[in-house]
Write a protein that binds this ligand. Structure first.
Ligand SMILES: *[C@@H]1O[C@H](CO)[C@@H](O)[C@H](O)[C@H]1NC(C)=O
Ligand SMILES: *[C@@H]1O[C@H](CO)[C@@H](O)[C@H](O)[C@H]1NC(C)=O
Ligand SMILES: *[C@@H]1O[C@H](CO)[C@@H](O)[C@H](O)[C@H]1NC(C)=O
Length: 508
């Protein structure tokens, strides 16, 4: 099969276009993730060789160039390695020509924040229309609309033109969840900046909107507060959720400040009795607050082995305050939460904090589920918000977990009360860094993260109840990622497999 997948060959298509379309029944709609509402037809439009952006009537001034740059990326991705023939025998005499995209954005504001309006409407009419039309409340909705439009455009290899098939299109779209995350971990292996940027770009293709950056951990402390990656992400509509994981997972902190270690031979969790510990956390969060503008900061709090270095009576503070080691864990987390709140953040904490002292957590806490089932259910019943990342289904380094399992993992399982459902703000797939580096991070993430992305974007009643119903469409999207230079792995088999045999991309 050809990459562009033309249904009929060359000039013959000029004559047979309509019958080709009709003879095969409804053509599949190959958009990933599936929009909230979509209708299509059977006509073909050509894209003008000088396809332009028209913003007449838009209220968004685009002074930071987010829309303009998004449109340039759209053209780049589309044109990739294709050269259109301006003298193609396909001509405007036979097909309507679409001269550009008319984008109208209703809000002048481009502050990117949790809950920002990401909706858009896209229409491509087939007859007499010179511009496709995209309307959105914010520029971030418009970026999603551009991504969808890019999936409607194809290169016709025979005629050497870009075309939109199945017009007219009417798409009305908005996400199901406001938090659609992907975790990367820059502590366990070095992740080159270019790979992080690639990941951010491919997140935008699949409409994920939060890069959870697990920056530091036991093994290293690669933190310099660089503002650049964050700005890069923002122009693509992606929030950065920065994490400092305390008090466990912190051995590396003491390389620079040994007094943060409880002792030289017992190096984590952080020394809860040392005021410097909280000064350093305050300093880091103060720096974060200048760079990371997302509502939330992630304070970790997982896998704290309180029996390790906090035992015994040699801790002044524990003695003075009459705390035992599990109370010291609570004290640490709550004090760190207060520091984060003082810098204007709401807090995300891993689920152990909730499991151990849920009723004590700040009401501004979002509990990040990762271990077990039933946690989200208990969190929202307690009136707190929750992000779902259960490791049995949404941890990418478990290569045995198939894309089908990623697709079917439902964040609202067992949660029926609508008020409680609203407290599940979304979900996140996690690419922990122990077993990947720049050589294979992308094919470990894709296409399985895309399967979860549809779960988080598409309305529940439009999600497939059986993943076999979306195999063809996901395969199509996987091939599209490959065309765009993203090394997304084949769908046959579990994570990160190689193609089984020669053949079409769509069959792997
Ligand atoms: C298109 O055709 C015209 C007239 O035949 C010719 O002058 C021109 O060079 C052609 N352009 C390309 C890009 O082949
Ligand atoms: C710590 O003290 C609390 C009571 O204040 C108690 O419930 C808990 O079991 C104690 N934990 C340990 C590990 O001793
Ligand atoms: C949903 O509830 C069932 C029955 O109580 C339980 O077996 C299952 O583990 C729950 N699933 C999740 C994801 O909480």
């Amino acid at each position: 099969m050809e990459l562009g997948g033309p249904r009929c060959a060359g000039l013959v298509l000029l004559l047979l276009l309509i019958s080709c379309g009709q003879g095969r029944g409804a053509d599949p709609i190959n958009i990933w993730p599936m929009p909230k509402s979509v209708t299509s037809g059977k006509q073909t439009l050509l894209l003008s060789n000088d396809f332009v952006l028209n913003t007449q009537g838009s209220k968004y001034p685009d002074s930071s160039g987010i829309l303009k740059d998004g449109f340039s990326r759209f053209l780049q991705v589309l044109r990739a390695s294709h050269v259109a023939d301006s003298n193609s025998s396909y001509s405007s005499a036979h097909f309507p020509v679409c001269k550009g995209l008319h984008v109208v954005i209703l809000s002048p504001n481009d502050k990117l924040q949790y809950g920002v309006d990401e909706s858009y409407k896209l229409s491509v009419t087939a007859l007499g229309a010179v511009y496709a039309y995209l309307e959105a409340n914010t520029v971030y909705g418009a970026l999603h609309g551009l991504q969808t439009f890019s999936q409607l455009c194809h290169f016709n290899f025979k005629a050497r033109v870009f075309e939109v098939r199945q017009a007219p299109w009417t798409i009305i779209d908005q996400p199901r969840f406001s938090y659609r995350g992907l975790l990367i971990d820059t502590s366990r292996h070095y992740q080159p900046l270019i790979m992080i940027k690639n990941v951010i770009d491919s997140m935008a293709y699949t409409k994920l909107n939060v890069l959870h950056w697990h920056i530091v951990d036991t093994q290293s402390f690669p933190l310099e507060i660089p503002s650049y990656p964050k700005l890069y992400a923002q122009t693509r509509g992606i929030n950065v959720l920065a994490e400092i994981d305390v008090p466990g997972h912190t051995q590396s902190w003491g390389i620079g400040y040994p007094s943060l270690w409880p002792s030289t031979d017992c190096q984590q969790p952080l020394d809860v009795s040392n005021e410097l510990t909280f000064k350093v956390i305050d300093g880091i969060l103060s720096d974060f607050s200048k760079v990371f503008n997302y509502n939330f900061v992630h304070l970790g709090g997982d896998e704290v082995n309180t029996n390790l270095c906090w035992l015994g009576s040699h801790y002044e503070l524990l003695k003075k305050k009459g705390l035992n080691e599990s109370e010291a864990y609570q004290y640490f987390v709550l004090r760190s939460q207060e520091i984060a709140l003082s810098h204007g953040y709401d807090i995300v904490n891993w689920e152990e904090t909730f499991n151990n002292f849920g009723s004590k957590l700040s009401r501004k806490t979002v509990v990040h589920n990762w271990i077990g089932s039933g946690v989200a259910e208990r969190v929202v019943a307690a009136g707190l918000r929750c992000i779902v990342s259960n490791q049995d289904k949404w941890y990418l380094h478990y290569l045995d977990t198939t894309w089908q399992e990623f697709y079917m993992n439902e964040p609202l399982t067992n949660i029926t009360n609508p008020k409680q459902q609203e407290l599940v703000i979304g979900g996140e797939v996690c690419m922990w860094g122990e077993y990947i580096d720049g050589s294979d991070i992308e094919q470990t993430i894709w296409p399985r993260a895309a399967a979860a992305a549809e779960r988080l974007w598409t309305p529940y009643d439009k999600l497939a109840k059986d993943p076999r119903r979306v195999t063809g469409r996901l395969a199509h999207f996987r091939c599209l990622l490959n065309e765009r230079g993203v090394p997304a792995a084949p769908l046959n088999g579990p994570g990160r497999v190689a193609p089984e045999e020669p053949g079409s991309c769509y069959k792997q």
